[in-house]
Write a new protein. Structure first.
Ligand SMILES: [Zn+2]
Lengths: 283, 325
């Protein structure tokens, strides 16, 4: 049973007490991959990796920050930056309502955390996307915070680590969202010219305007195992080509084989791997 | 020429003009014909002055609307097409080549939709593959090397969504174009001539100056794609709603500061007078290139960077964390 499962011995397991929840969740949960019922705390203390089948579950933004950085070292920046509704966008619900809903559920202003901190003792600028906030979509806030973070990394001569987890550009900001692709890529262009190290980590899922801008511009690109990563969504592709998609299509393993990522890294090893890369390529 | 449903009243008048004109005693109806022509012109102008966003999308997709190849033919002299990305292949959905516009030597990059059925299929209806974006970047680098300005014609529903395009790195190809175009040391001007579909459009659209033809559209997603996701179903009604919500028209993009200019189309749209439309584009392109040509490459790159760096709509809001914990 799940209670017997002990966390693996990577050297700095985060404890569940560090992830405060406004609402208490059930004691048990069902793994979406193997279908086994597992003790929630066992999953959480295992960095949200299923103790039964090793499936990497999605991690929310604030929790990911705690997983990624040395405890207590993260200094958040721009946390009060919040979205506007420049187009007065209304679909089945007004965008403003969607924003407010996501804000009150998450306690965050938008779907990207940025700041500085340490990974295995190496100082970095980090940015972490939050799929729980409107699907991790990139609107103006995500673009602006990320561009600021890139510039901070350049100014302070620090490596940049970005964890992507997003359905793509945020439709409700339309052209504004689209232009965040150009903005973040342009900021990375300058960072590149200045010799900065950008480690891009792709997690499940990473799609659309996020993949087609900063996420694919890493000097080193890592991905978590079995993450689904691509430009177009599988449904759109299926509709277009009217054929079944090959097995394993758009997985991390598919991207590795196609030559578009450098390494697949188990979540337990992510901090070690990033530290190692910084030692090779960082300043 | 294909008539769009909202143009039907115009078509009715045109039919009357035709039948009067072709009758045996058409001379007797000269006055009526003149009058009908005036009515038609007024109605056409009125219809096109108040197109809904969804109608605009349909004009932008009109099968007779001039395409990149048409503008290259009408605007450019001595076009010298350059093929291939030197890695995988030659994507017909993007055309690149040297050309002369007025007294200037330029590099032209444009989406190609194709006109005949076989052309359209070969070009995937204007949806480029990664090799298309890589071809564009490779030729743009050539332009940079020889200090030639770059002129881009944007006209795509979006980058191609397929197995091969994913396998060959559609996302990486577009991302790299965005990054590299932002730091290219030569002037770049872009015109959205029809459809500006998302990253596939922006992939050749990071310009010092970007204009849209009056009845083109430019947005993060097509109205149908948006309707399918946010309204759960794409149909005539939801496409209409999505097109309006997306603020995708030239005028709206200009008001939002996302483009620099709107280029007027002849009454009834570019397809009714391609030559006049082409002349308008040519004049705009030459004006921009003359101005941009005076700037030092560093200034050009810095201004281009600042332009895109400055786009975004954000505010500040202090989260009261005490309440949540
Ligand atoms: Zn499992």
């Amino acid at each position: 049973m799940a209670e017997k499962t002990t966390p693996r011995t990577w050297d700095d397991v985060q404890t569940v007490t560090q992830t405060k929840k406004a609402v208490p969740e059930g004691l048990w949960m069902k793994c979406p991959a193997c279908g086994e019922t597992v003790f929630r705390k066992a999953v959480e203390s295992n960095l949200r990796v299923c103790p039964k089948c090793d499936h990497h579950l999605r991690v929310g933004g604030p929790e990911r920050v705690e997983q990624l950085l040395d405890p207590g070292t993260f200094e958040s920046t721009n946390s009060d930056m919040a979205p506007r509704d420049p187009l007065n966008f209304v679909d089945l619900k007004p965008y403003t309502e969607r924003i407010q809903g996501a804000q009150s559920r998450s306690g965050e202003n938008d779907g990207l955390q940025t700041g500085s901190g340490f990974i295995k003792g190496r100082k970095v600028v980090a940015a972490v996307m939050d799929f729980n906030f409107l699907g991790g979509s990139m609107g103006s806030v995500v673009g602006e915070k990320l561009a600021d973070a890139i510039e901070a990394a350049a100014d302070r001569d620090l490596p940049l680590v970005v964890i992507s987890c997003s359905g793509g550009a945020r439709m409700q900001e339309s052209g504004f969202s689209l232009m965040q692709m150009a903005k973040t890529s342009a900021a990375l262009g300058r960072f590149h010219d200045e010799g900065g190290l950008f480690i891009s980590v792709l997690t499940d899922p990473t799609f659309g305007g996020v993949t087609a801008s900063f996420a694919m511009l890493g000097d080193v690109i890592l991905a978590e195992p079995h993450a689904i990563i691509g430009f177009a969504g599988p449904r759109v592709i299926k509709q277009t080509i009217r054929q079944d998609l090959p097995d394993g299509f758009q997985t991390s393993e598919f991207l590795l084989k196609s030559g578009f990522i450098d390494r697949i890294v188990h979540r337990h090893e992510l901090r070690n791997e990033i530290g190692r890369l910084i030692d090779y390529a960082g300043k | 020429m294909l008539t769009l449903d909202f143009e039907e009243p115009v078509l009715e008048i045109e039919k009357q003009i035709e039948s009067l004109g072709s009758s045996e005693d058409s001379d007797r109806y000269a006055d009526e014909i003149t009058q009908l022509r005036q009515t038609r012109d007024r109605l056409l102008a009125k219809t096109y002055a108040s197109l809904t966003p969804w109608q605009t999308v349909r004009v932008a997709r009109h099968p007779n609307r001039p395409q990149s190849s048409d503008y290259i033919r009408m605007i450019c002299r001595d076009f010298c097409e350059l093929h291939g990305d030197r890695h995988f292949g030659d994507d017909p959905a993007i055309v690149t080549g040297f050309a002369r516009i007025g007294s200037m030597k330029v590099l032209v990059v444009g989406h190609r939709k194709g006109r005949t059925t076989s052309e359209r299929i070969a070009c995937h209806f204007g949806c480029a593959h990664p090799e298309g974006y890589r071809k564009a970047l490779m030729k743009m680098r050539l332009a940079e090397k020889y200090a030639l300005p770059i002129v881009c014609f944007i006209d795509t529903p979006g980058a191609y969504p397929g197995v091969g395009s994913e396998q060959r790195g559609q996302a990486e190809a577009i991302a790299m174009n965005l990054r590299e175009m932002s730091r290219m040391r030569t002037p770049i001007v872009a015109v959205v001539i029809g459809e500006g579909g998302s990253g596939g459009a922006l992939g050749i659209g990071v310009g010092d100056r970007v204009a849209m033809l009056e009845h083109s559209w430019y947005s993060v997603i097509s109205p149908e794609g948006c309707a399918a996701i946010l309204w759960k179903e794409a149909n005539e009604k939801t496409n209409n709603l999505a097109a309006s919500a997306l603020s995708l028209t030239a005028r709206q993009n200009l008001e939002n500061g996302l483009i620099d200019d709107v280029l007027q189309e002849p009454s009834g749209g570019a397809h009714r007078d391609p030559e006049v439309t082409a002349k308008g584009i040519e004049t705009w392109v030459l004006d921009q290139l003359r101005e941009l040509g005076r700037l030092k490459p560093e200034t050009l790159v810095r201004r281009r960077f600042e332009k895109f760096r400055g786009i975004g709509a954000v505010t500040t809001r202090v989260v009261d964390r005490a309440i949540e914990e």
